[in-house]
Design a protein around this ligand. Structure first.
Ligand code: IUR
Length: 451
């Protein structure tokens, strides 16, 4: 058996680590018998030399087996599903998709994350609902899936401990953006959920982790391969992430938007509806609950527009700690004032207006996300609290005619107030053109089916 320094040198020199090598290293990492500098050195060697498909599969499996692997009642076989997104702006898909899948008969143990860089996190959004508890034990998770069918929770302490150690080390050693390390991190956690089917929303574009389709596709292929290697039917969408998904950014504003869609209001949310339908449709097709993706998307959107998903969302809120009268009131709310009786509204609102006439051809989602993040909607360090009420609402949709002076963005802020530079940046995010400059585009660019 090679020593840890020998394993590091082997990878540093471009060698391929054997299954035994990877297991030895990972056991030492999880068991605490390697120095932090050795972990950093190996991560950097992997970052520089990469890993082949076999090494990546072995790493992923070893990471998954470093902690608890969930087990489910036999009668749920074939029904366990989840989705993972590589991070977007205004991405409230999970809030709508999890209850819609449950309404279609799936079991959805959705393990989500917090905001990363400028992108939002599903857990932060849900925590803007008073009482919503994202910390649930494996036992509680099973109980909620049994009664409701879906839950959205944070990672438990016992799930993939190796990832907690490696992710923290990657974060401080400049090794986050390594394809095999990203693959191992994401897929090991999904594997530990013992899923039947997994769908990945791999985003590309200005406001995504990967700016170009090529890079995103390479990651998507690796994720799909690694998921299938672990025995989960795994597929992926490659979706464009340039603007804002739906018409709001910010934690409580996005909860309100998700609830509006769950009540059948799809105005200004063509892209959100497209993603929910495409991701859910693929999952239903992979489980066999729909004959194909298109029938699956139809079932999902029926659950959303017909109110069945809203009932599941209400039940999920109650099961995760929200007082029944609060959950009921949120699901019955209609006007903004009804929502803001329960969710915190920012102290200040500021409407930005168009500087000239034109057609709304583009909004730069990255600029919007970066500004609201700085105003408190996101965190600059792990563990920092976020300000749930801070965010922005798009008041117009793409392709719409805009007159000079018309409000196009409503900024919700508290402390700090936006600086004049930030207001200028936000104004620069709005692109007005002529009708010929705008064309309707799908967000979903490509679909990778299970291998
Ligand atoms: N999310 C994860 O769970 N792991 C990663 O490495 C990244 C995002 I990047």
């Amino acid at each position: 058996m090679l020593s840890i320094p020998d394993l590091i040198k082997k990878k540093r020199d471009g060698g391929s680590l054997s299954d035994g090598d990877i297991q030895t290293w990972l056991e030492a990492v999880t068991g605490g018998s390697v120095e932090g500098c050795q972990t950093g050195a190996m991560l950097m060697a992997i970052w520089q030399r990469g890993m082949d498909a076999r090494e990546t599969a072995t790493l992923t499996k070893a990471m998954m087996l470093s902690g608890e692997v969930m087990s489910w009642p036999r009668e749920w076989a074939g029904l366990l599903v989840d989705k993972h997104s590589t991070g977007g702006v205004g991405d409230k898909v999970s809030l709508v998709l999890a209850p819609a899948l449950a309404a279609c008969g799936c079991k959805v143990p959705m393990i989500s994350g917090r905001g990363l860089a400028h992108t939002g996190g599903t857990l932060d959004k849900l925590e803007s609902i008073p009482g919503f508890d994202v910390h649930q034990s494996a036992e509680q998770l099973r109980a909620i899936l049994s009664t409701v069918g879906c839950c959205i929770v944070g990672q438990t302490q016992t799930l993939v401990p190796a990832d907690r150690i490696l992710y923290a080390a990657r974060d401080i050693t400049g090794t986050v953006d390594s394809l095999p390390l990203i693959t191992g991190s994401i897929i090991s956690k999904k594997g530990a959920e013992s899923l039947t089917a997994l769908v990945l929303d791999v985003k590309f574009g200005r406001a995504a982790l990967y700016k170009d389709l090529g890079g995103a596709k390479e990651l998507a292929r690796l994720l799909v391969q690694a998921g299938n290697d672990l025995g989960m039917r795994t597929g992926a969408l490659l979706s464009r992430m340039d603007g804002v998904i739906g018409c709001s950014v910010g934690n409580s504003l996005e909860v309100i938007e998700a609830l509006r869609l769950l009540k059948g209001d799809r105005r200004n949310r063509r892209d959100l509806v497209e993603l929910v339908g495409a991701l859910g449709g693929l999952l239903l097709a992979m489980t066999g609950l729909a004959a194909d993706r298109s029938e699956g998307a139809g079932k999902i959107l029926q659950a959303v527009m017909g109110g069945a998903a809203l009932l599941k969302f209400q039940a999920m809120m109650e099961a995760q700690g929200v007082a029944p009268e609060t959950a009921r009131a949120l699901c019955a709310a209609d006007a903004d004032a009804d929502y803001f009786k329960i969710l915190r509204k920012a102290k200040h609102q500021l409407d930005l207006t168009a500087k000239h006439d034109g057609v709304l051809v583009d909004v730069d989602g990255l600029v919007l996300a970066e500004v609201v993040h700085k105003l408190g909607a996101g965190r600059s360090e792990a563990g920092q609290p976020v300000n749930h009420s801070v965010g922005a609402e798009l008041l117009l949709s793409q392709g719409q005619k805009v007159s000079k002076g018309a409000p196009w963005l409503r900024l919700h802020y508290e402390e700090p107030a936006p600086s004049s530079d930030q207001i200028e940046r936000l104004q620069s995010a709005l692109v007005l053109g002529s009708p010929a400059d705008w064309r309707k585009q799908s967000l979903v660019q490509e679909v990778l089916l299970p291998v």
